[in-house]
Design a protein around this ligand. Structure first.
Ligand code: HEC
Length: 113
């Protein structure tokens, strides 16, 4: 009987400790997408929190996901060209980015917290 009570107390403690941890912790998907945003160099121009580092660069944070996906594809595919899109099209890492990576980064930017 004593052991059962101890087990109940232990599991209750585990429950209370794990609830705040799991809600405060970032999901694996969120973390993976965040890493992509950094390792694919987006962060260098579009900023740590998706707020651009220069006034003529766009902020991406909280933008619509589908819009972000379409813009990256258009810029990389040279359908959207401005004086500044060369910054992305001439970058070897960015211009070889995969569709799945674009979607994940867009998802991260839309949901950034
Ligand atoms: C060297 C700087 C630089 C890097 C690195 C860069 N971008 Fe950009 N990006 C720009 C600039 C500048 C523009 C604006 C181009 C224009 O004036 O049309 C832009 C435009 C965009 C847009 C369109 C935004 C809008 O509001 O229309 C998206 C989306 C975007 N970039 C995503 C990305 C992603 C994702 C990465 C990483 C894979 C990335 N960029 C890396 C400079 C950069």
């Amino acid at each position: 009987m004593k052991i059962i009570i101890q087990l109940c107390v232990l599991s209750l403690i585990t429950l209370f400790v794990s609830i705040p941890l799991s809600s405060a912790g970032e999901s694996d998907q969120y973390q993976d997408s965040k890493n992509l945003y950094m390792t694919k160099f987006c962060i260098t121009c579009h900023g740590q929190q998706g707020i651009a580092v220069a006034p003529n660069y766009p902020n991406l944070a909280k933008q619509n996901k589908l819009y972000l996906i379409n813009q990256v594809k258009d810029i990389i595919g040279k359908k959207r060209t401005t004086k500044l899109t060369v910054l992305m099209t001439e970058h070897p890492v960015i211009n070889s980015i995969q569709d799945k990576e674009i979607v994940d980064i867009a998802d991260y930017m839309t949901n950034i917290r």
